[in-house]
Write a protein that binds this ligand. Sequence first.
Ligand code: G6P
Length: 606
Amino acid sequence: MCGIVGYIGGQTAAPIVLEGLGKLEYRGYDSAGVAVLAAGGLKVAKQAGRVRDLEAALPKRFAGKLGIGHTRWATHGAATDVNAHPHLDAEGRVAVVHNGIIDNAGTLREKLTADGVELVSETDTEVLSHLVARSEAETLEGKVLAALSQIEGTFGLAVLHADFPDRIVVARNGSPLIIGVGEHEMYVASDLAALVRYTRQVVHLDDGELATITANGFTTFTDTHERTHKQATTVDVVAEDYDAGGHEHFMRKEILEQPQAAERTLRGRLDERFGTAHLGGLNLDPRDARSIRRVKILGCGSAYYVGQLGASLIEDLSRLPADAEPASEFRYRNPVIEPDTLYVAVSQSGETADTLLAVQEITRKGGRVVGLVNVVGSSIARACDGGIYLHAGPEVAVASTKALTTMSLGFALLALHLGRVRDLSIADGRRIIEGLRRLPDQIAEILEQDEALAEIAHRLAASESLFFVGRVRGFPVAREGAQKFKEISYRHAEAYPTSELKHGPLALISAEVPTVAIVPHDELTDRNIGALHEISARKGPLVVVGHADVDLGELSATRIDVPRNVPELDPILLTIPLQLLAYHAALTLGHDVDKPRNLAKSVTVE
Ligand code: G6P
């Protein structure tokens, strides 16, 4: 969703800010803008549409050695030029870019209007520029603090003021903000992607923290204007991680990177000797782990589906009751928070607002929550009591692939760890470890079926509507398969437990409605095949994703076989071909694979 970039130093700011905005495109946005400050005052360019259109439309004279920019995802007011950020005050001396939502913007707009201020946009952000401009504080820091004291809501923001041409003031509350440290130049961004081309030395602001950024450094302080002392840390991502690297799409690159991503997730965490997983970041000693009676997993979208897969892994290996719930629903049902439940928040970005708010609800009520998060230092990672970093590397395509695979590995590690402080035997622990070690190569083997999968996807793409079905461990696989397919192909794809077909959806089966069925070799294979006969009898075309030793008998079906692992880990492999089916279907239909319509990579509003 919305993105912020800022620069201050010896170079012309606009190209650097625009380059940074380009790197944030993947998050999803519908307008963009940039403001620079030079001797002549503030200059602003902003418009609905793409960053490259903004760049093309930039006036010739747009110099200035400090600047801020923004990509906006419309919430308050349509995606128009006027509503795009930066927003200015009445005299054009203050420019503000803002991520998040100001809850009391309506009241503040009324007050400002009553005071004779003319608001030009429909946004919540614009009030900030007026409030900063109208403050009588003497410093820019004082003015920003005065404005923020009137605000209720969430923000990551950056402010330029024509009277203070040596600084950018930034603030964070619930929406990420990162300072990048260079040599006599400094950067600011809401996402590492915009910074790593220039520096890997970064400072993450905390909620309730502000910073003054000048060309030569930064100072951080609290919302009561007390100094905080932050040290820059080095991030281990590089600019190339955000390049498609010769691939046609990020999604394709990220699908192909999965064997290496999986290896990184597992590295240093498997202990053959005791048949367990080492997860130091969990902050859970064996006694704590033993006292857990239940596990509740929270995530959104694909992270929720992988959470269901995680719940079945945890139940299987640790025999603790476990279930997953959409984080977006959780806090609105006034959930009972139990002291002996381990809550697990799962998120690629670590910034999904619904998941973050669920974590805050749990910690506020004294519950214990750990995170399975990919982005190091992200809001969810920091709000949790501990966790497992996934190390998938940056994921740019909206449709999550390598991050999801590493999430399921994260759950396998957690399940193994919990299992081994409970009743899982050392032999079983070693069996799982041996399975985990085989996974990266097996993923690579599946990826070799790319051409065959493209051909199947091509056929599936012709149907307006399709079903994905699976049972027990295979059901989350089917749900994720349907999610991926609908997200990027825009075809109606619905997931059902195979066992439920006869209780309703069978009415929809016809020659025009194909079914992708997850049929691993397990204790339910025969029952699964029975249900497939019911589909076949109604002329429903079948694609069976399973194992080569599943005997389909007379059934007419297109087969996709994946290598077998241990039954508990098989679902992880069964998910992989479904990614390629969705990818190739979207390509066939000519869609923007990496940036599907109406969706954002990181949904930072409720
Ligand atoms: C958005 C994306 C989904 C993603 C979900 C959770 O809705 O479009 O693809 O699964 O957010 O994202 P997270 O970063 O928390 O894993």
